[in-house]
Design a protein around this ligand. Structure first.
Ligand SMILES: NC(=O)c1ccc[n+]([C@@H]2O[C@H](COP(=O)([O-])OP(=O)(O)OC[C@H]3O[C@@H](n4cnc5c(N)ncnc54)[C@H](OP(=O)(O)O)[C@@H]3O)[C@@H](O)[C@H]2O)c1
Length: 300
């Protein structure tokens, strides 16, 4: 099969197309013919080697975690997923990722893709959906609570807003000045996250943009709770005024299933910014690096 592989840590020129053996599913795993995969910010960090200390890869490695495709083989003990099922998958960062014609994933990282969603839409969902919902869960908010979200028009922000609405909480989108109207339409309420806040009125917030973390935290009252999915810059939370939990999403089939359900009902849409071919992974990663708005998807 064809796979886009990272030869060595570095720039996008280290991503090449190779012919490699098709992987075989072991017990509890399925083999997927991958139709689409998506590029995430973290893939760029991995490519450059910045995560190598805690995610060591055997190079050459196949990157990419978000995928959608069709199950073509199941390993021993697999139930609930059958050959021919359309699925989404959250591949691990183990060098055997989603940017290939075929991939193997455990059933714990898979959900069936609803018939009314395309493979392209499917590939936008895993990372954004898992992280958005788990950020909200980590805040332990209840119906009626107002929650400020930075990067609210980003992929994770959109998933968090949808989930907050689902549980009856009130999302407030923190975005740049030029996106306030768009954000109001999505979340109902929006504020300019690039401005220094004048009062700290929020009990809860989700931080998804490191450069404006100080402003986001400034909106939160003393003792309030922030969940951050990006590293919190030093000095952003002076004297530990608010409680901050940095989280990293985890794979969970039930959450993936819930994400597919809300997307299928039209409650969650992650816009696709641009599609590339599998052999254009380098250009696709560059588009993400340049701040393209929406998800970058590869059609295999
Ligand atoms: N911890 C985890 O498990 C986890 C999981 C997934 C993602 N992440 C991280 O979370 C972050 C967001 O991911 P994503 O997929 O949602 O990214 P995304 O789709 O690119 O969205 C980022 C959003 O942040 C906004 N933004 C960027 N710089 C800004 C600034 N200086 N001021 C105000 N707004 C700014 C962008 O607005 P514009 O479009 O207007 O620029 C965009 O709406 C990334 O850093 C990613 O690596 C962490």
């Amino acid at each position: 099969m064809k796979a886009a592989r990272l030869k060595s840590y570095g720039d996008v020129d280290q991503l090449v197309i190779d012919e490699v053996p098709t992987p075989q599913p072991q017990a509890g795993e399925v083999l997927i013919k991958i139709e689409t995969s998506a590029v995430n910010h973290f893939d760029l960090i991995i490519r450059q080697g910045y995560a190598a200390q805690f995610i060591p890869l055997e190079l050459p490695a196949v990157l990419g975690t978000d995928a959608a495709g069709t199950v073509i083989e199941v390993g021993a003990g697999v139930t609930g997923i059958a050959v021919g099922d359309r699925v989404i998958a959250d591949f691990a960062h183990n060098g055997k990722g989603a940017h290939a014609e075929y991939g193997v994933a455990p059933i714990t990282a898979i959900a069936k893709l609803a018939a009314n969603l395309t493979f392209e839409q499917g590939a936008t969902l895993p990372k954004a959906g898992l992280t958005g919902r788990q950020s909200v869960d980590a805040l332990h908010v209840k119906a009626g609570d107002r929650v400020l979200i930075s990067g609210a028009l980003g992929t994770v922000g959109r998933a968090a807003i949808q989930y907050l609405r689902e549980i009856g909480a009130k999302p407030v989108a923190g975005v740049r000045t030029n996106r306030l109207e768009e954000a109001r339409q999505l979340a109902g309420e929006a504020l300019d996250i690039t401005e220094t806040p004048s009062n700290a009125e929020f009990d809860y917030a989700i931080s998804a943009v490191a450069p404006v973390a100080g402003n986001l935290i400034g909106h939160v009252r003393d003792g309030g709770h922030v969940v951050s999915i990006v590293p919190v810059p030093e000095g952003a939370n002076t004297e530990h005024r608010v409680k901050i939990d940095e989280i990293y999403h985890s794979t969970d089939a039930e959450t993936l299933k819930a994400v597919v359900e809300v997307a299928s009902r039209g409650e969650l849409t992650i816009p696709v910014a641009k599609t590339f071919r599998l052999d254009q992974l380098g250009a696709a990663q560059s588009a993400v690096a340049n701040g393209i708005q929406g998800k970058v998807v590869l059609k295999h």
